[in-house]
Design a protein around this ligand. Sequence first.
Ligand code: ZN
Length: 267
Amino acid sequence: MTAPTAAEHILQELGITEPGEIDLEAIAWHMGVSVRYRPLDGCEARIIGNGSRAIATINERGSWKRQRFSLAHELGHWKHHRGRILVCRADEIGQRNGHAVATERAADGFAADLLMPRYLFEPVARAHPKLTFQTVCEIARIFRTSRPATAIRLVEGRHFPALVICHGPNGRKWFARSPDVPDRWFPREDLDPESFAIGVLFGGKPDDAMPRKIDADAWFERPEAGRYEVREQTIRSGDNEILTLVLIEDEAMLEEWGRSSGVRSNR
Ligand SMILES: [Zn+2]
């Protein structure tokens, strides 16, 4: 296993050996940060420091999972960006919108490592052989994290060759992809009429109970996508938002193509 990250180091320093022991307020105190909860307008959280002490203010109007992620995110700023003024908006914290600035991405990375440290997350993920939203929900319950944050961790942590994609009525909001899935499998911007997801977002259809097989061209625009099948499972994640797992099981899709030729000759 690779060296512990800054957040994992803090957890190990505190002797944390179970997900239930990740007490963010105690961790904040250990880092010299007092936490208060207030109604905030225009931002989700902020942290103001002086010397070795800081005060983090978290928007008390957010859900408890949101507040937890926001506090972990602010602790990330305290660890990495001390002395800078940063205001963290709701649409920036934890959202993979591609426009997030480096400081926000770093704080999100710290938050994910603090809430789902690899040394605790990996054994739990390994105990779940299949990636479904049922797995995501079970693990989210153990780590007290949101479904999107947990799904991103499962996908990016190489536990499954898959993508997690979030769509709203105006198209794709963000996605995360396993490092085992080659870059050429870039998800479509808009929902394909063939996808099951479109029925969940617009057609009032219920959440998919299990991943279902679908032609890969419903999710990827590459010309060769029509040759393959993937599995898709979609759930509603908000009034106007859905989350989809796209599972890639066909080994041929997972082969890296040579960078020099760009084309494989043995297919
Ligand atoms: Zn921030």
